[in-house]
Ligand binder design. Structure first.
Ligand SMILES: [Zn+2]
Length: 390
């Protein structure tokens, strides 16, 4: 990660570079910023800048061997700690350890950081781990492993860096172990904590860090970068920036939703809603036949993406549509269907999605699951229509 990859936050980048040039690197820093402000990518870029052999005044070179390995998150002197967990099901079937450590999930971390540019939400991470309904934790095993690692000399003679993402999820025992390391750090170690809720970090750790607070990214910068980096039309980029409220991560997800699989999934659901409204029951079976071969991951993604449509219809119905829209064609659909996704039925919709998601996870027969799902959606819409006619 380089500073140029991070949206806005120019003042902070400049100050960070100055600490390195002036030899004033603090051994423990806390990057505190709300979701999508760029706290994690900034910490990653800073760690790379500190390690880079050919850094300029404003950024790492991106090409030296240190940069290369930092970018791939394969640098032997850089360690990553983040909340993890395993599903009870995975533990019960022996597929996972009941004392998970960050290292066991490094392959997922290396995949998700490049994909999101480091603009990763806690929920996205849990989805990556397959534990959407559980909270992750940084437990004592992770802290003990760090103590062990920090006892070694650095491989490359430079800094040993530890990036702790979401220290608010530190288990108490882990926090105490980590605190000792932060209080009496071995020579040339750099702790970079990255937090979305700094007030929830154990005070003894927080008080030993130098805090870097990230403000939200201004709308004009978000809009400009959406246009430049994602090819979004300027007027839409402005609208998305307004909705994202200072979060580049949110803006990016909204922009990409239009360009990626999510939009296809939402179209599939819109088609289903229309078939249900038109009472074309036979076509429902064809719809289910099309959904069945998509594969489990795509089917799960369908649930998340399609729920977005339910949400938009609902918000439209209660007169909050300005929060929701990113696209005019969808806006029309949501206006038309808003009466059927009311406070009376919205829970029924959500419950059907939850049921479908759970059954997909349990490897149910997709043809049966999606047929059942389609008929349930029909029932909800039919009942809503009947109620409206009264
Ligand atoms: Zn470099």
């Amino acid at each position: 990660m380089q500073f140029k990859d991070i949206i806005g936050q120019e003042d902070i980048k400049r100050r960070l570079c100055e600490t390195v040039r002036g030899g004033r690197i603090s051994h423990a820093m806390l990057f505190a910023g709300g979701e999508g402000t760029g706290a994690l990518p900034l910490a990653l870029a800073y760690a790379q800048y500190v390690n880079c052999r050919n850094r300029t005044d404003g950024d790492s070179c991106g090409e030296c061997p240190e940069c290369y390995r930092m970018q791939r998150m394969e640098h032997p002197d850089c360690h990553y700690v983040y909340p993890v967990n395993t599903s009870k099901e995975a533990v019960a079937t022996g597929r996972a350890d009941d004392k998970p450590r960050s290292e066991q999930f490094l392959h997922l971390w290396r995949r998700v950081i490049p994909r999101t540019g480091g603009y990763l939400t806690e929920q996205e991470w849990y989805a990556e781990l397959g534990i959407e309904n559980q909270q992750g934790i940084i437990n004592k095993n992770d802290a003990n492993e760090l103590v062990r690692q920090m006892g070694f000399k650095s491989f490359e003679g430079g800094y040993k860096t530890v990036i702790v993402w979401l220290p608010e999820r530190l288990h108490e025992a882990a926090a105490n172990t980590l605190l000792k390391l932060v209080e009496e750090p071995p020579d040339k170690t750099l702790f970079l904590f990255v937090s979305a809720e700094p007030e929830k970090i154990i005070a003894t750790i927080r008080s030993r860090t130098q805090i870097v607070s990230l403000p939200g990214v201004p709308d004009d910068i978000v809009a400009r970068e959406l246009a430049a980096r994602e090819g979004i039309a300027p007027d839409r980029a402005e609208w998305i920036a307004h909705l994202a409220q200072g979060s580049w991560g949110t803006a990016l997800r909204m922009a990409r939703q239009e360009n990626t699989a999510d939009a296809d999934h939402q179209d599939r659901f819109i088609r289903l809603m229309r078939l249900c409204y038109q009472q074309k029951y036979l076509a429902l079976f064809e719809w289910a036949e099309e959904m069945a071969p998509l594969g489990r991951e795509a089917q799960k993604q369908f649930c998340t993406a399609a729920l977005g449509i339910v949400r938009e219809c609902y918000l439209t119905g209660i007169g909050m549509e300005r929060i929701a829209y990113t696209d005019p064609a969808r806006e029309q659909f949501c206006r038309n269907f808003a009466p059927y996704v009311s406070h009376v039925t919205v829970e029924a919709f959500v419950a059907e999605f939850e049921l479908l998601l759970a059954q997909i996870r349990q490897n149910g027969n997709p043809r049966i699951l999606f047929t059942h799902f389609a008929m349930s959606i029909c029932k909800i819409i039919g009942a809503a229509r009947a109620a409206l006619k009264k």
